[in-house]
Design a protein around this ligand. Structure first.
Ligand code: FAD
Length: 333
């Protein structure tokens, strides 16, 4: 007996027959590409099919040119206009929808940074699909792996949407090589300004130290530091190790350091070669942001502190004694 397929089934069947084509939304600061975009490109390549990148900005030629050289990128679409200043989600969304209308992508993705977390839910809502956030692996073009419960459980999600909209955890995918590619570059579809929000200004922390999410070594401090001035101990140690400095939420909430230094579930996710946790107890929300680090060293005066359960090396001692000693030893080396 013939059974008529309902429209949803027909759409799903049609989407399975389509070739995979993925649009990666590039995060950048006009002349520099945010490293997480390269990790997102690697994730996009795991899907098979063609990978295109969309670069929107005011003077973003340099980023577009660099993206053309990234291995695995087939096409770079460029949209330059004053309305893309600050990469506001409100202005980018119509551009992405117009680009999708033109090329019918099977997947649209960006890094799971503040940029991607702000933009992708809006795109998904406009497309009337459920977004998948912060994926850590791809099993097949419709099956993704992500963490839940502050990283305590891993969940595999099968997505039946016609267009899969997802954000990518940068630390879970290698950066795509920045050479070896020869993508074509073309002007992206045009979209009219929305005008409901306006980019006014930004004040960025200036630091000679490496950026937290990309650093090979991270030294983080918690409430045990007792004050912002005492973070100098960590800056001195970090300088010897060419490390970035992070913090727990308790240290941020206490006003010791700015919140762009926060590591954890509601902060940044890091996975450096070496993570040194100083005066941090190891709450699950903090672990969610650093437990994938290759080697974890904990310095805490409480031998029962949970951080020692994930640490490869633990020093039970007063940080005010141990940290200056470590710095001095490294200076002598
Ligand atoms: P504490 O737990 O107070 O630990 C301080 C540690 O310092 C103690 O273990 C103590 O033994 C040690 N210490 C004190 N003095 C010394 C000394 N002289 N020498 C050596 N050790 C010393 N937290 C995050 O970090 N990141 C997040 O993203 C985050 N998101 C959250 C989201 C939600 C929804 C919630 C509810 C909480 C979140 N938290 C987050 C907060 C988290 O639960 C903890 O409260 C926080 O991580 C504790 O920070 P801490 O380890 O610095 O402070």
């Amino acid at each position: 007996m013939f059974r008529a397929a309902v429209p949803g089934q027909l759409r799903r069947a049609a989407s399975l027959l389509r070739f995979q084509s993925t649009l990666v939304i590039a995060e950048h600061a006009n002349d520099t590409l945010a490293p997480i975009t390269l990790n997102t490109i690697t994730a996009a390549k795991c899907l098979g099919g063609e990978v295109s990148c969309l670069v929107a900005g005011t003077k973003c030629d340099k980023v577009a040119q660099n993206l053309c050289k990234v291995a695995g990128v087939a096409k770079v679409l460029v949209a330059q206009h004053d309305m893309y200043k600050g990469l506001l989600a409100e202005e980018l969304t119509p551009l992405i929808l117009a680009t999708h209308k033109q090329f019918s992508y099977t997947h649209i993705c960006a890094g799971a940074s503040a940029f991607g977390k702000n933009l992708l839910p809006r795109i998904a809502a406009k497309l009337d699909v459920a977004p998948i956030s912060d994926i850590i692996a791809i099993k097949s073009p419709d099956t993704f792996v992500r963490t839940i419960y502050a990283g305590n459980a891993i969940c595999t999600v099968k997505c039946n949407e016609e267009v899969k909209v997802f954000s990518v955890r940068g630390t879970s995918f290698e950066a795509a090589p920045t050479s070896g590619g020869s993508a074509s570059s073309e002007k992206a579809s045009s979209a009219s300004p929305v005008g409901i929000s306006e980019w006014l200004d930004q004040k960025l922390t200036k630091s000679d130290r490496p950026e937290l999410t990309g650093a090979k070594v991270v030294v983080s401090g918690g409430r045990g530091l007792k004050s912002g001035e005492n973070f100098k101990l960590l800056y001195d140690l970090a300088d010897q190790l060419h490390a970035a400095v992070g913090a727990s939420r308790a240290a941020v909430d206490a006003g010791f350091v700015p919140n762009d230094m926060q590591v954890g579930q509601t902060g940044k996710i890091v996975a450096p070669e070496l993570y040194i946790a100083v005066g941090i107890s190891g709450a699950i929300q903090h672990l969610a942001g650093m437990k994938d680090s290759k080697t974890i060293v904990a310095i805490n005066k409480d031998p029962e502190a949970p951080i020692f359960q994930v640490a490869d090396y633990g020093i039970v001692a007063d940080l005010f004694k141990v940290v200056p000693e470590m710095t001095e030893l490294l200076k002598k080396k």
